[in-house]
Design a protein around this ligand. Structure first.
Ligand code: C2O
Ligand code: CU
Length: 568
């Protein structure tokens, strides 16, 4: 009798432990490969909790989007269709491209409109991402789940023996968390932190990984929370890449801090683990210094969260049999990047993180006491200049600073080159600026000048960014001409009417087209084509039958000329 009770008790303990550890299989984003990418941004819903489904957003999916594979050197064409009921934008975070293709707050895609940016991929192999960037709406759109990974491949990275089987030994991980209201909907106002972890949009995620070296490409896509990542047995792992690609040599660590917007690629050895055993990737967020986002002790309210100031799992890993030809070591040499130093910079700038509202409520934050204004250009950078920017944080909290257009090198923290962490040794586009520090980077602003269209720099906390902690700069080419005279650009459209392709013939063949917008009879934009490749014509086959207008803006004078056509 005693024995029965005991085994009953044991079974009960085992069962209740199992109940405490119900995992869901990690969703691995599907992939799009090639040079033309069709992305439908949409409202949708997903079963995240038991009970009501949650209204979400996604790109071709019901949370998050496909992983886009680019090859360095290819020209990639994007067909971004906005199927939301709201305007939005899609920004290619980390990509070096013309400002007009960048998808910042100026490239607003109205509902129902197709936006077709394209660019030549010049970034190094690495892990980048894309996400909405509409001013004052970024938190809401990103919180819905709109975003995706970009993985760039190049010859140098491909020549190394690294895990590269996507979803098998090369796993993308987007880390975020959400707060839910009583009807299971995402809370997107007065919220800095979620309460429940989502890894690739999966609550309580688990994955099966082979008994060998695996590569994790980790992105922090939170509102504010930082992660101090490590494994549950404190094993050593290797940082092999930062935001802008491979570091020169792997960095052995047991923890890595990953702040909002940053990416890190790590390799971890599961080769000594037993098949059938498991290990957790965890956030060791308890006991962080004041100012670390997510270290606040409150468990609720605008600055609190159930995940604040605790250690919590982000991914449960079950070890399975090795694959054929597993990767069994970390290459000792990964890249031969030559980084900029302070000595390379010919222009220096300082940005102070300031408090725009010095009342009892210390937000919104901004830069140099000026909040973002859509039509104010804050800085002008000369094409090809190498600049050193120092972000000074004598404010109350840590922030992550991100700049568009370039990958940079962090050159010092509080003036000390040695204080730059080995985990952030590579090319970066986001840097953490803790409370009480000034952090400097050096970057070269090459290839793309546009006196009209700006790039952004901002805090990557989406609530701070939406509140105006953002500025913008144009890159101008002093050698270029600046002659502005309005003129009517003559062009003709044929065939007209057309069924599928519209060819534009310029009256003056030297005219360069800056932007084409196709609007319908009600004046609503249906297609947006930045700097279209005129020789290819315009594919209008997806437009409904009717009358449309081509609004053509020329590059030199920025004047707009309109012509009518009929779609049959
Ligand atoms: Cu990740 Cu301005 O953006
Ligand atoms: Cu901030």
């Amino acid at each position: 009798m005693k024995k029965t009770l005991l085994s009953f008790a044991i079974i009960f303990v085992v069962l209740s432990n199992m109940k405490a550890q119900t995992y869901n299989n990690l969703w691995i984003p599907d992939t799009l490969i090639g040079t033309t990418f069709n992305l439908a941004v949409k409202d949708t819903f997903k079963q995240l909790l038991s009970g009501n489904q949650t209204i979400t957003g996604g790109i071709n999916n019901n949370f998050w989007g496909p992983t886009l594979f680019f090859n360095k050197g290819d020209t990639v064409h994007m067909n971004v269709k906005n199927k939301l009921n709201d305007s939005t934008t899609i920004h290619w975070h980390g990509m070096h491209l013309p400002a007009v293709m960048d998808g910042g707050p100026h490239q607003v895609i109205p509902p129902g409109t197709l936006w077709q940016p394209y660019w030549k991929v010049t970034n190094n192999a690495g892990t980048y991402w894309y996400h909405p960037h509409l001013h004052e709406m970024t938190l809401e759109h990103l919180s819905k789940g709109i975003g995706g990974f970009i993985i760039v491949r190049d010859a140098a990275e491909s020549a190394l023996t690294l895990p590269r089987k996507y979803g098998v030994d090369d796993i993308p991980l987007v880390l975020t968390s959400r707060r839910y209201d009583a009807s299971n909907q995402f809370v997107t106002t007065n919220v800095s932190y979620g309460d429940y972890m989502l890894t690739n949009g999966t609550p309580s995620a688990q994955v099966s990984l082979p008994k060998q070296y695996v590569r994790l490409r980790i992105l922090n896509a939170e509102i504010e929370r930082g992660y101090d990542l490590g494994f549950s047995d404190n094993r050593t792992f290797y940082i092999i890449a930062n935001d802008g690609g491979l570091v020169n040599a792997p960095v052995a660590v047991t923890r890595v801090k990953l702040m909002v917007g940053e990416r890190v690629e790590i390799m971890v050895n599961l080769g000594n683990d037993l098949v059938g055993s498991s290990i957790d990737l965890k956030a060791y967020n308890s006991g962080q210094a004041f100012g670390f986002p997510g270290a606040e002790p409150a468990s609720s309210g605008q600055f609190g969260s159930l995940l604040n100031n605790i250690d919590f799992p982000v991914l449960h890993i079950n070890v399975i049999a090795p694959t054929a030809n597993p990767v069994t070591s970390v290459p000792p040499v990964l890249a031969s990047n030559v980084y900029w130093t302070s000595a390379n910079a010919t222009v220096t700038r300082t940005l102070n993180i300031t408090n725009g509202n010095p009342g009892p409520n210390p937000i919104p934050f901004n830069f140099d006491n000026a909040s973002f204004v859509l039509n104010t250009i804050n800085k002008t950078v000369n094409l090809n200049d190498i600049e050193k920017w120092t972000v000074v944080n004598n404010n109350v909290f840590g922030h992550t600073f991100h700049i568009h257009d370039v990958e940079f090198k962090i050159v010092d923290r509080n003036g000390s080159t040695a204080a730059v962490g080995s985990h952030e040794a590579g090319w970066k586009d986001v840097m953490y600026v803790p409370k009480g520090e000034s952090v400097s980077f050096v970057a070269k602003f090459d290839d793309y000048a546009d006196a009209i269209h700006p790039f952004m720099y901002h805090c990557h906390f989406s609530n701070h960014e939406d509140d105006g902690m953002m500025g913008q700069f144009v890159v101008t080419n002093p050698a270029g001409f600046n002659e502005i005279k309005k003129e009517i650009i003559s062009f003709s459209l044929f065939p007209n009417p057309t069924e599928d392709k519209l060819t534009i013939k310029m009256g003056d063949m030297t005219t360069e087209v800056y932007y084409i917008t196709i609007v319908n009879i009600n004046g609503k934009a249906v297609m947006m084509l930045p700097q279209p490749e005129m020789s290819k014509g315009i594919d209008v086959s997806t437009l409904a039958k009717g009358v449309y207008f081509v609004q053509l803006m020329d590059k030199k004078t920025k004047s707009i000329t309109t012509q009518k056509f009929v779609k049959n």
